[in-house]
Ligand binder design. Structure first.
Ligand code: ZN
Length: 490
């Protein structure tokens, strides 16, 4: 098996014509797994029954749990479908794929046993397969080299050329893509017939997104060299744009908290010219949000423990990197507890780590009289809609009011941006009136920092920022003046 082994879809289209029902039966035994602790019903029983006689059933796969508590189905694929990783290989990428049995079985294209059979026949694999119900099948151990990426390159990391399998974890999701995605597998007529008959099979399911977000979080805890960004969490089509279209146009990166495109990069999906699809901008230095988040939580806990028992009034500043970067230690005689964490969002749905909403229980421990909240820019950086941000923001404010009912809550408008972050302004401008309305709804104070920080173009003042988003000291000073004014106002 050479390392360039690569799935599927193009090949699948070619060899699938020869596949028959006997194929699935022949390969079903690869699903046999060692019996371990907890057994459960085989997933997709009904679907399997639709195409295979009961005698072809594989034994029920076993549910197992990762060290961080994620439930998987232990479902190893045949050993011929993967190899060893080089001892020196550094796992820094996650590659996303889609797969299906649509050519042969358009009425039932996501039967996991058949897909295992197809992979086994072709001698390929991924580490994980997420089925339509969100079950995560563990195909190949992360310590092994799954054959999922094939030949390709990414021009922001030329050293990885042709070696992606050595350096990555592959995740398959059962799905059928857009007409453009599927052009390499089926005719337009066949696609249209399929779409008319089985519209539910197009695209990805909510359960898949939810499981994928959890799985990525889980993988990154074991593989901390995989940064949470679009340079390292990529689609197969970004690696091999001339051959591959998956996970395709219908895959929504914002559902896993990532932008569709790399910062400054062109659109990526199914770019036709190999090697030109990547951003000219250099990748950001590796920065592990989860590690930083954990470190900051530990530091915040330390600060809270260090508060003298006699302290009954503090000011909490709560938010992301902008708050984290504010050096304010005391304000009008009160200690300031900085609860900013770089990279954080209002809420990160479905993942286990991150989101201010997940950590607000720490706020009352500071015994605050005043809480200044500034959050939302990373949500938009990650592609979140204003409507979703508003829903999550309201939930956050509601929870803060419940947890710290005697503290005065100051909702600060999201700051303007400029330069390469100026594209976020549209959402910021749409969001701030909603924050103001939420302030009114919950009887909170609204602090219009946006107006203080903007220039006459409505962007962040050039003298206030270096990178177009974060604040320099003069801006922090202006911010502190605003905080003082709002504290004295009451
Ligand atoms: Zn693929």
């Amino acid at each position: 098996m050479n390392r360039n082994h690569d799935f599927h879809r193009g090949k699948l289209g070619a060899f699938c014509a020869a596949f028959t029902l006997s194929f699935a039966m022949k390969f079903a035994p690869v699903n046999a797994v060692p019996s371990t602790t907890t057994a459960s019903a085989a997933p997709n029983d009904a679907d399997v029954a639709a195409v295979m006689p009961a005698s072809a059933f594989a034994p029920a796969p076993n549910r197992v749990y990762t060290t961080t508590g994620l439930e998987l189905i232990d479902h190893p694929i045949d050993t011929k479908c993967y190899g060893d990783r080089d001892a020196t290989a550094s796992v820094e990428y996650i590659m996303l794929h889609f797969c299906s049995d649509v050519i042969e079985n358009p009425s039932n294209p996501f039967n996991v046993d058949r897909i295992y059979g197809i992979f086994t026949f072709a001698g390929v694999s991924a580490h994980y397969l997420i089925d339509r119900d969100g079950n995560i099948h563990k195909m190949v151990d992360e310590s092994k080299r799954a054959f999922h990426a094939g030949n390709g390159n990414i021009d922001w990391a030329p050293q990885v050329k042709g070696q992606m399998n050595q350096n990555s974890i592959g995740i398959e999701m059962t799905a059928v893509g857009s007409p453009k995605d599927m052009k390499i597998f089926m005719s337009e007529t066949k696609y249209n017939d399929f779409k008319t008959s089985y519209p539910q099979h197009i695209g990805f399911t909510d359960a898949q997104y939810k499981s994928l977000a959890r799985l990525i979080s889980d993988i990154r805890r074991r593989n901390p060299k995989i940064p949470f960004d679009r340079y390292h969490i990529i689609g197969h089509s970004e690696w091999a744009p001339s051959r591959r279209s998956d996970p395709g146009e219908l895959f929504d990166y914002s559902r896993i908290g990532l932008p569709k495109n790399r910062p400054g990069g062109p659109t990526t999906s199914t770019a036709e010219s190999a090697g030109t699809s990547a951003s000219a901008e250099k990748p950001k230095p590796s920065w592990n949000f989860f590690a930083h988040y954990d470190n900051r939580l530990a530091k915040i806990a330390e600060d809270l423990n260090a508060l003298p028992a006699t302290t009954t009034s503090t000011v909490v500043i709560l938010g992301d990197s902008i708050t984290e970067g504010n050096p304010l230690k005391t304000v009008i005689g009160m200690p300031v507890i900085n609860m900013g964490i770089s990279g954080d969002q209002i809420d990160i749905p479905t993942t286990a780590t991150g989101g201010v909403l997940r950590r607000v229980a720490l706020v009352p421990k500071a015994r605050p009289t005043d809480i200044f909240l500034l959050i939302g820019i990373n949500d938009f950086g990650a592609g979140k809609s204003v409507a979703d941000a508003e829903t999550q923001y309201r939930a956050l404010v509601k929870k803060l009011r419940e947890l710290a009912p005697t503290a005065k809550l100051h909702l600060q408008s999201i700051l303007p941006t400029t330069g390469r972050h100026a594209y976020l302004l549209e959402k910021v401008n749409a969001m701030n009136p909603k924050i103001q309305a939420i302030a009114k709804e919950f009887g909170c104070d609204y602090v219009d920092l946006f107006s203080i920080m903007k220039n006459d173009k409505g962007e962040l003042r050039e003298d206030y920022t270096g990178d177009g988003l974060h604040l320099k000291q003069p801006a922090n000073n202006a911010w502190v003046t605003a905080i003082e004014a709002h504290l004295k106002k009451q």
